[in-house]
Design a protein around this ligand. Structure first.
Ligand code: HEM
Length: 671
């Protein structure tokens, strides 16, 4: 059993604050220097649009500090919640000692993040409107910028997110509470990725998604290392375990940052020949920094981490190398801000309105072969599915190595479900799903039923429970997180088939009979959330009926069958209502795509209704079949259990029952 000496007594040294200030100073210096060299700090021309020196210099400086504080908040909350050991095994879920101090430090930095986010919102309003902060009426101008423009709205959302993360980290008392604070901080990176160059680019969707993945990777990597360095001395003998946990995360972040950064850079550069442009040279600078950081990571794995268990001076190498790393990362973040404020060589404006709206050129006319062959690779979904497949296969390999058999059928179902998800989010269904209502309905129905049906069959939670090892020091690791989610009260409620059915069916009405559908078509974030919602709502419903994975106590099989039949009936009514509809859904979207023949659009919408009605039948039949098979099997298991019991106690239950019957007969005869 690991030594559980409490860490609360060990001081969290202030000397790292010095390093923090030095790193921030270096990052700001690099950003200002590079922007100075590229001319991005020069007064705007014509002068009437120049917001003044305060905005021109203030924005990149606050932006750099903003990004650094976001990374520090995420690093402190993630390390404090998922990497550090509890003070005592008996109170493993309670935030105490060093974990509490790290999470509270995260709350303090989150407050700084909030203030910096306010400053960035203010200075960006000046930058975007070309007016200085002291210009008369600036606040009126700024408030319409914050409320009317997508960029303004994302900046306000970042302020709200940072404030919520600060509150959550301030009040958290358990690791579940601080996990929610960490999740809030990571989610706040979503509006951050919607701003900047990503907003205006041709391939808008992938630009935003790759920047989001990039920011998440950077914040976990940089913030995690800063938090680890800050707690290193206080951790004492526990540092090697925690450092190894961070090293695993750092490895994933290195790959994620490299891939997402390269994708994002390529979208802006358009071709490798543009590497010679100002923007291109800044990208080369970042690649160089990444290589240096990769070498440092390699040295950690080869020398400093193994050296941590050795006495001084060997165990000091970790802190020294990590200090250099933090400074390189800080400089790179300064370089990144300079990059985000330098004009990319690729002309951001799309050749036509439809391409600007879709983020890709409109596909050829719909045909089955085109539907099966056209594609628009989605960086986000390809990354998510790669992770889903990679983690699942790694889990199966781990079990197999331990000599534990995992049903091949489950693996086949999961991997097939993943491949279907790739097709639905990067193939014809996704490409045509934005071009016509009927094609959209095919994608929607497939995301809601066949794909989750296959994934539910893969029983991922059961696999995770078996493959992941519980943390010896009772800290809150991946297995503990999955367990907490699977047994959460929230899942206990929404995992009830009736509730899951209401979510599934209710969202159809809410989505198609409000402006939500049009919003999801016009906005990238809306479109991603729509896809996530359909997939999860379908997964929840199917899992609540026939899932193998652990979950809340389910109603009996007949009840579940009834719920399935009611849901099928509801889908039929919903489909029929669309088939009979005379009002066009999301007219502005189709018109914006240049499709102005409303009669033809209505016919296509009615076809979509037919698809909604019909497409659900076959998978629903399969779910029904799975339910009946499970019912029969559970009956057989019950019978076997009874038989075993009868064999063990010489059929005591039947005998008691017959005696009760005989007694009743006796009583009746006497009356
Ligand atoms: C292969 C290496 C890398 C490449 C190609 C790359 C590329 C990019 C690109 C193209 C952007 C978007 C800039 C824009 O809006 O135009 C970006 C943003 C960013 N990158 Fe990287 N990056 C790399 C490595 C890193 C590393 C190692 C770090 C930090 C340690 C980092 C931190 C950031 C940050 C913080 C932003 C957001 C800047 C902002 O908008 O405020 N990147 N990166």
């Amino acid at each position: 059993m690991l030594d559980q000496t409490p860490t609360s007594t060990a001081p969290l040294t202030g000397r790292w604050v010095g390093l923090g200030v030095a790193a921030a100073g270096l990052a700001v210096a690099v950003a200002v220097l590079l922007l100075g060299v590229t001319g991005a700090l020069a007064p705007f021309t014509p002068a009437i649009f120049d917001p003044g020196v305060l905005v021109r210099y203030g924005l990149p400086i606050t932006r750099t500090l903003h990004d650094l504080s976001a990374a520090a908040v995420i690093g402190l909350l993630v390390v404090g919640t998922f990497f550090l050991p509890p003070e005592s095994v008996r109170r493993a879920s309670v935030l105490e000692g060093i974990r509490l101090r790290v999470v509270r430090a995260g709350a303090v930095v989150a407050r700084c993040w909030f203030v910096l986010a306010l400053a960035v919102a203010l200075l960006t309003a000046g930058d975007a409107t070309g007016s200085g902060l002291s210009t008369p009426g600036f606040l009126t101008l700024a408030s319409s910028f914050w409320t009317q423009t997508e960029l303004g709205q994302t900046l306000v959302a970042i302020c709200v997110g940072a404030a919520l993360a600060a509150i959550a980290a301030t009040v958290a008392k358990t690791v579940v509470g601080s996990a929610w604070a960490a999740a809030l901080a990571v989610v706040t990176l979503v509006p951050l990725s919607l701003g900047g160059h990503a907003a205006g680019s041709v391939d808008h969707g992938n630009a935003v998604d790759s920047l989001l993945l990039h920011l998440v990777g950077v914040c976990l990597w940089v913030g995690g290392l800063a938090a680890l360095l800050w707690t290193a001395r206080a951790l004492g003998p526990r540092l090697p375990v925690v450092a190894h946990r961070y090293s695993t995360l750092a490895g994933w972040c290195f790959v994620g940052v490299a891939v997402s950064g390269t994708v994002n850079a390529y979208l802006r550069l358009g071709s490798l020949s543009n590497l010679a442009t100002t923007y291109g040279l800044l990208v080369v600078g970042k690649i160089t920094a990444l290589v240096l950081l990769g070498v440092a990571g390699w040295l950690h794995r080869r020398a400093t981490l193994p050296g941590l268990t050795a006495g001084p001076p060997k165990n000091h190498w970790f802190a020294r190398l990590a200090t250099v790393e933090i400074l390189v990362m800080a400089a790179t973040m300064g370089l990144a801000v300079a990059l985000s404020r330098s004009a990319p060589p690729v002309e951001p404006n799309a050749p036509d309105p439809a391409t600007a709206l879709l983020g890709y050129p409109p596909p050829p006319p719909f045909s089955f072969s085109n539907w099966m062959t056209v594609s628009y690779p989605s960086v986000l979904w390809l990354s998510v599915v790669a992770l889903m497949m990679g983690l699942y296969v790694a889990g199966v390999v781990k079990l197999t190595r331990r000599g534990i058999r995992w049903p091949v059928l489950r693996t086949v179902l999961w991997l097939t479900g993943c491949l279907l998800l790739v097709f639905l989010t990067s193939g014809g269904p996704a490409v045509y799903g934005r071009m016509s209502f009927s094609a959209h309905m095919i994608q929607h129905m497939s995301l809601m039923v066949p794909a989750p049906l296959l994934l539910v069959g893969g029983a991922p939670v059961t696999l995770a429970m078996r493959a992941l090892t519980p943390r010896a020091d009772k800290s809150f690791g991946p297995r503990e997180l999955v367990l907490a989610l699977a047994h959460s009260r929230f899942l206990g409620v929404i995992g009830q088939p009736v509730v899951a059915a209401v979510i599934l069916n209710g969202s159809l009405i809410v989505f198609y009979y409000t402006s939500l559908f049009q919003l999801a078509m016009f906005t990238h974030l809306g479109h991603v959330l729509m896809t996530v919602h359909f997939l999860l709502a379908g997964y929840l419903f199917i899992w609540s009926l026939v899932g193998i994975d652990p979950g809340p106590k389910r109603p009996s099989y007949p009840i579940r069958l009834v719920i399935l039949l009611i849901t099928m009936a509801f889908h039929a009514v919903f489909g029929l209502s669309l088939m009979g509809s005379a009002a066009l859904i999301a007219p502005d979207w189709w018109h914006a795509l240049g499709q102005t023949d409303d009669a033809a659009l209505l016919v296509d919408q009615q076809l979509g209704g037919g698809i909604a009605w019909g497409a659900g039948d076959l998978p629903a039949f399969l779910i029904g079949l799975a339910l009946v098979v499970q019912w029969v099997r559970s009956d057989a298991r019950e019978t076997k259990r009874w038989d075993r019991q009868a064999a063990r106690d010489d059929d005591a239950e039947l005998k008691a029952y017959n005696e009760r019957l005989a007694a009743m007969a006796q009583r009746d005869r006497k009356r």
